[in-house]
Write a protein that binds this ligand. Structure first.
Ligand code: FAD
Ligand code: NAD
Length: 475
């Protein structure tokens, strides 16, 4: 006998678990199946984000930034604390306990909302049946009116750089190191390379980042990317652009890397080498023959703008489908799908998805870059405000970077907002909300921002777009 559900969600990451909860809130009978197991062997809900991504990386970014600030900035505030010591074991214990609390929180949320959380491997069969295999070898079949595929993504591996999990590692391994590597190599100067490179550099590693492209952060507004590059250089994050890694091998506990750039071939010896060259959709053993769910050429599950797959009543969301691999993008897709299944309104505004890189200074943006607006041919204006002119940023000892607004010349609509500076990831929310409501720079100009706050940088950038800034020279 199979168990019957209105909705079965496969995957309880930040795409799957919100889909399950919203579907239950919509009075549907829901099960959510997840196979994630942590290094201690235990099952946990939350997917990559909670177990091996967003949350543990932010925990270590916070701890390592505090360590660096205590080392380098406290004396400037007039604070003397004596010898500062790094207790990495405690730092990692804290990281693990945050992960545990957050993942256990999902179990509690499932319980409270009536979602049946199942732990084990799920496979979509024909006829909207889902076969679940649990760890003890038990099997059961669920019959679903709707199935939501939210199986996420997995790191891309490089053939010439064979992963061993000890010396040649991925981002998950790099979050769980129990000693600070004296020399850390990172392949890829993307989001993971910059965030994890920052963590270990702050804790004492000599970090070299090898990036294939000549351009640094090509998808980021280039004023912001250039400013970021300057800061990372000052921080001694050695980012080598335009490099091609030929091979890497492990000898006597160290990794020998051979890479080439315009000057020729070079050798690099590191203690750990993190491969962070992107992630790919994860669909291994997910779909039985004949389900009708199609993949595209890059392995993503093919979906329309409402996340409907090519099979009736089968939906797919999150990293396993097109679009940016971001937790909040997956969450909104999950909620949209749960609403549509219940016959309610659901939509994701793909034009207004914020991105944040949690380095110091933080980098955050939403909408189009200046380069994109220029290429579109639309006449535009730019307003920028440096945090050096922000009283709050100075009081925080974090007066680096700027806020920049790009808006249309004709109707003043905000087209993109780009920030590098303190709490940029928090500040961007104002811009997201403004763009969601098709606000103009004038709308932000006429909105009162508390003083002294970092948010005044957005206010002043909006004023600067019309050369009416008060606290900076209008250019
Ligand atoms: P996942 O989180 O990957 O979850 C998929 C789940 O499905 C997993 O638990 C998996 O075990 C399960 N599953 C897969 N197949 C099956 C099956 N057949 N049966 C049962 N279960 C299955 N994004 C941000 O927005 N902000 C950040 O700060 C951020 N930081 C990151 C840091 C790192 C180091 C990494 C690696 C990623 C980070 N991301 C961040 C990206 C973010 O983690 C992903 O975009 C997000 O987790 C995708 O959510 P998802 O639910 O689609 O997939
Ligand atoms: P990424 O796409 O951000 O960066 C990968 C980098 O590796 C790129 O710059 C690429 O040019 C480079 N690269 C690719 N192949 C290479 C090679 N052979 N040699 C050298 N460089 C090479 O991917 P990522 O950093 O691995 O992150 C994966 C995903 O996780 C991203 O899509 C990102 O959105 C998500 N993520 C988000 C956050 C966040 O939101 N703060 C944090 C971490 C990860």
């Amino acid at each position: 006998m199979s168990e019957a559900y209105d909705v079965v969600v496969i995957g309880a990451g930040p795409a799957g678990y919100p889909a399950a909860i919203r579907a239950a809130q919509n009075k549907l009978k829901v099960a959510c199946v997840d196979e994630w197991r942590n290094t201690d062997g235990g099952y946990a809900f939350g997917g990559t984000c909670l177990n091996a991504g967003c949350i543990p990386s932010k925990a270590l970014l916070e701890s390592s930034e505090l360590y660096e600030r205590a080392k380098e900035e406290l004396s400037h505030h007039g604070l003397k604390i004596g010898a500062l010591e790094l207790d990495l074991a405690q730092m990692q214990k804290r990281r693990a306990s945050i992960v545990k609390a957050m993942t256990q929180g999902i179990t509690a949320l499932f319980k409270a909302s009536g979602v049946v959380g199942l732990q084990g491997h799920a496979r979509l069969l024909t006829g909207n049946q889902v076969l679940v295999k649990s760890a003890d070898g038990g099997e059961k079949t669920l019959q679903a009116k709707h199935v939501v595929l939210a199986s996420g993504s997995t790191p891309i591996r490089l053939n010439a750089v064979p992963h061993d999990g000890t010396h040649i590692i991925d981002s998950w391994n790099a979050l769980e190191l129990d000693a600070v590597p004296a020399r850390l190599g990172v392949i890829g100067a993307g989001v993971i390379g910059l965030e994890l490179g920052s963590v270990w550099r702050r804790l004492g590693s000599e970090v070299t980042v090898l990036e294939a492209l000549e351009e640094f952060l090509p998808t980021v507004d280039q004023t912001i990317a250039r400013e970021a590059q300057r800061h990372f250089k000052k921080q001694r994050l050695d980012i080598k652009l335009g490099t091609k890694v030929a091979r890497a091998s492990v000898t006597d506990g160290a990794v020998d890397v051979v890479y080439a750039d315009a000057q020729g071939e070079h050798a690099l010896k590191v203690d750990k080498l993190v491969v962070a060259v992107g992630r790919r959709p994860f669909t291994e053993d997910l779909l039985a023959q004949g389900t009708g769910v199609e993949l595209d050429a890059r392995g993503f599950i093919r979906v329309d703008e409402h996340c409907r797959t090519t099979a009736a009543n089968v939906w797919a969301i999150g990293d396993v489908v097109r679009g940016p691999m971001l937790a909040h993008k997956g969450k909104e897709e999950g909620i949209m799908v749960a609403e549509l299944i219940a016959g309610r309104y659901g939509e994701v505004n793909y034009k207004v998805i914020p991105s944040v890189i949690y380095t110091a200074p933080e980098i955050a943006w939403v909408g189009q870059t200046e380069e994109q607006v220029k290429a579109s041919g639309r006449a535009y204006k730019v307003g920028a405000f440096p945090f050096a002119a922000s009283g709050r940023a100075r009081a925080m000892d974090a007066a680096q970077g700027m806020a920049k607004i790009v808006s249309a010349q004709d109707d003043d609509e905000i087209l993109g907002v780009h920030i590098i500076g303190p709490m940029a990831g928090e500040l961007i929310s104002e811009a997201v909300l403004a763009m969601e409501y098709s606000a103009s720079t004038e709308d932000i100009q006429r909105t009162i921002h508390a003083h002294p706050t970092l948010s005044e940088a957005i206010h002043e950038a909006a004023l600067a777009a019309d050369k009416r800034a008060i606290d900076t020279i209008n250019r």
